[in-house]
Design a protein. Structure first.
Length: 320
């Protein structure tokens, strides 16, 4: 069965114009240090619950500030989105993102969706002030205004329903994220054809029954096949076939497009036999049992490395 799946995946990628090559050993280029903030912008240490008003409603989020934050050195920011029925605290615990953030001096912003169970409405456009895309835009502006942040290192990451929101943000482009990481929630619509260049890393288990790899109707609506979705993102990014490659074994298939428009990249990790969850992480919803902790893929480590390699191509290293 696994060998059959390998063939299906590779044939689908080949049909999309993807050439198969060996792994790319690219390393991050040295970048000048961002200009310090003129005045200190203190933030509460550790993890705290914060609120802002957006679209006429009070919205809450967890803010995690690393111990090395001094208010004058511009810090990277990662905004994370939970899945349907999830919550910010569970996401942080399951992904071990706080440990990474503390080690690298990164601010984490983890908002809460609306409703019961909490969810993200990812199909409403940012032009609708009550939409979640508009909320994310307001939230990012608030964090950049109140904290000392590096605008060229603003990143988005999400799981399942939050993954679809993450890709919808890439499609919209009005909030200037430098790169996106999405897990177990594919999304692409025709309007994404006109989206700005975006570096995207994506993870999905091939045995996922909640959001099937081959596409299906789900509790958050119709979601397309993973291969089709990522091929569309690569096509939208004008990724050359000469810059594409794959590596595969019995447990993981890694497909990547390099040297796309604007210097962006698109990566996909298909975890063979993987279920609905964060590869290498714990349960993403309260009361659930994780079946992904023993995954051959560590999504947090890989997305963190991807973010480090993909600061905004032309963004100012300063910010607000």
């Amino acid at each position: 069965m696994r060998r059959l799946l390998v063939g299906v995946v590779i044939l689908a990628m080949a049909a999309a114009g993807i050439v198969l090559y060996g792994a790319n050993g690219a390393t991050p280029e040295a970048r000048p240090a961002p200009v310090p903030c003129a005045e200190a912008r203190p933030l509460p240490a550790g993890t705290t619950t914060q609120t802002i008003e957006s679209g006429g409603r009070e919205r809450s989020y967890l803010l995690h500030v690393p111990p090395g934050y001094d208010g004058t050195t511009r810090a990277p920011v990662v905004v994370m989105f939970h899945g349907l029925g999830g919550d910010p605290a569970t996401v942080l615990a399951a992904t071990h993102m706080t440990e990474r953030a503390d080690a690298d001096g990164t601010i984490l912003v983890v908002p809460l969706g609306r409703g019961e169970p909490a969810r993200w409405s990812f199909r409403k456009p940012a032009t609708d002030p009550s939409s979640d895309l508009a909320f994310v835009h307001d939230l990012v502006e608030h964090v950049q205004r109140t904290g000392c942040t590096d605008a060229s290192r603003l990143f988005a990451a999400g799981f399942s329903n939050g993954s679809a929101l993450t890709l919808a943000l890439a499609c919209d482009g009005t909030t200037p994220f430098a790169a996106y990481a999405a897990v177990s929630g594919p999304y692409y619509e025709p309007r994404c054809d006109d989206a700005p260049p975006a570096s995207i890393i994506y993870f999905h288990g091939t045995a996922d029954t909640t959001v099937p790899y081959g596409g299906a109707d789900t509790v958050i609506g119709r979601l397309p096949p993973v291969n089709d979705t990522m091929s569309q993102w690569a096509t939208r990014g004008r990724c050359p076939a000469s810059g594409a490659f794959t590596t595969a074994d019995d447990s993981v298939h890694h497909f990547a497009w390099r040297s796309c428009k604007g210097g962006t990249d698109v990566d996909i990790y298909a975890v063979v036999g993987g279920v609905h969850g964060w590869p290498g992480g714990g349960p993403m919803s309260p009361g659930r049992v994780s079946r992904t902790e023993d995954s051959p893929v560590d999504a947090t480590a890989l997305l963190w490395s991807f973010f480090e390699r993909h600061p905004a191509a032309s963004g100012a290293s300063g910010g607000q």
